[in-house]
Design a protein around this ligand. Structure first.
Ligand SMILES: [Zn+2]
Length: 119
């Protein structure tokens, strides 16, 4: 494969709802920074990953939305309310703060599609 002749047609990114990545800003940045590169014009597919927390003491699992059902759908607002973090990181069953994030803080390129241009 000659990389000089590659045209990327699709980029798939996995974005956790706790990752603080703003999808609109990400799309704008992708468009701006891909200009003039093999990525220019490629479709950007953003796959949102819901959060999942697990208590290390009792094994309970819960999501961001279960912890804060009053928050609107699709608004990863944790960065706007840093004082919530300490509450988030307490187990709703046993109150332990020995909590791990199983999902929801990821941000990576999951894959991409490309075609080899005619040379
Ligand atoms: Zn617990």
């Amino acid at each position: 494969m000659n990389l000089n002749n590659v045209k990327v047609t699709k980029v798939i990114v996995r974005v956790g709802e706790l990752s603080l990545v703003d999808e609109v800003a990400l799309r704008n940045a992708f468009e701006a920074y891909s200009f003039g590169s093999p990525l220019e014009g490629a479709e950007l597919v953003v796959k949102t990953e819901r959060s999942l927390f697990k208590c290390k003491r009792c094994g309970a699992e819960w999501s961001f939305r279960e912890a804060f059902p009053q928050l609107k759908e699709n608004i990863p607002v944790i960065h706007l309310y840093p004082h919530l973090v300490t509450e988030l990181l307490k187990c709703p069953k046993c109150g332990s703060n020995e909590v791990e994030i199983l999902r929801g803080d990821e941000f990576y390129v999951e894959g991409f599609e490309y075609v080899e241009a005619e040379s």
